[in-house]
Design a protein around this ligand. Sequence first.
Ligand code: ACM
Ligand code: ZN
Length: 343
Amino acid sequence: LLDCSRHFFSVETVKKYIDLLAFYKMNVLHWHLTEDHGWRIQIDKYPKLTEVGAWRTEKDGSRYGGFYTKEEIREVVAFAAARGVTVIPEIEMPGHSQAALAAYPQFSCTGDTTIKVANDWGVFKEIYCAGNDSVYLFLEDVLTEVIELFPSEYIHIGGDEAPKYHWENCNKCQKRINDNNLKDEHELQSYFIKRIGKFLSTKNKKLIGWDEIIEGGIPENATIQSWRGMEGGVVAARNQNQVIMSPTSHCYFDYDLDAINLEKVYSFEPVPKELNKVESAYIIGGECNMWTERAPQELIDSKVFPRLLAMSEVLWSQKKKDYINIYKYLKLLIILYCLNSNF
Ligand code: ACM
Ligand code: ZN
């Protein structure tokens, strides 16, 4: 995963990372394109998503942002395809949508026109209203344009960290809960995700969501990305849903090296021991996540490397690995590199 929303990355940098992924046999780029802090993908039907949503006013008053035009996205997708890398876009919902709501406040529960693109880090309570049918029409329009750009089998719709505060206090959301005999706001989230999942299936696309989407009922056929540990993935695999494992414990490359060092990444086991053989087959892969709250473009090399090498080896190896060997090998590579570049 590359988060190009908290910080914006040039097309050249995204391509450089696709080259590096291909070099290390990573076959998917999960491209995180929408956030509270910036909407990064051109959508023709809703121009304010990028006119307003792609830009934030920093605390020092400066303007920060950017977005990818459709032409640039096609270029990136083709560049990746030529290297055996599939690009899966992530369009976050219902949470992490403050930038979209700054552009189109009518899709929030309150219609608050003072909502701004976020300029500090955290989880925000501005989420799409789940009781308003125009929200689903909006998201379907957006996804229709997204699907035209990305030939991937999957579309990631986020689903993580959606505080339910506004839903609890919104007449439309409460009416939706009553009309559909839902138990609470978690079931409303499940309703939301399932409705989007149904739409995606009419377009022959499969839905991926973060493990919160299993709360309130696992959407049938959804692929679950387990990030708050492995437990969500275990529950999903036992329910015969596909799983991508990316727990914060081993796979969050935005974390400091003190928390997740090379050896820790190398010890990652994407298939939990408690799953039997049939259940294990639902774990379709693992993923490392490069969130960028604290990592603008010039810093990410130092975060991704050398941990990506360890992740690649973990994901492509069947047997227990030998950390000392990879450590020695990496040191040798660095010495060779330095000699070669007269460093
Ligand atoms: C996540 O890290 N919020 C998926
Ligand atoms: Zn609402």
